[in-house]
Design a protein around this ligand. Sequence first.
Ligand code: CDP
Ligand code: MG
Length: 149
Amino acid sequence: MERTFVAIKPDAVQRGFIGQIIERFERKGFKIVGLKMLLPTRELAEKHYEEHIGREYFERLVAFIISGPLVAMVVEGNNAISVVRRMMGSTKPQEAEVGTIRFDFAQVKEMNIIHGSDSVNNAKREIDVFFKEDELIDWHHDVERWLYE
Ligand code: CDP
Ligand code: MG
């Protein structure tokens, strides 16, 4: 079992897709162990995207991420990190596979609806950036016996 960090970005919140995005992870059988809406500070956004400091798009990216509330989630399940990335689709929505979240909901990379961690280290780091330990709920997901052998 793996945990990954997912953010439903401000464009998706504004466009009313919180429910449809969460629904995809529930439908897949993932367990949501952390969930909250927040208006990120610049400091939090810069910490989250610290790998991108110095890129030409960094300032625009941070301005976008702090432009409105986002929904932060921790999603748990089998290979959650890579499976969530596949469910999201590639960074540029026009190049994402049909049926992925980015293909289905977005047009441009600057407003691509969703973030998901890309590695075990980044998942740990990003979960720590957004959640305190007591905000993560270790609950028993009864349906797992119908999901995993
Ligand atoms: O989000 P993902 O991991 O797919 O892409 P990334 O390369 O880690 O970039 C992080 C985010 O920065 C992207 O999701 C885009 O929103 C934004 N970005 C951008 O606006 N312009 C670029 N040239 C590259 C990334
Ligand atoms: Mg990334």
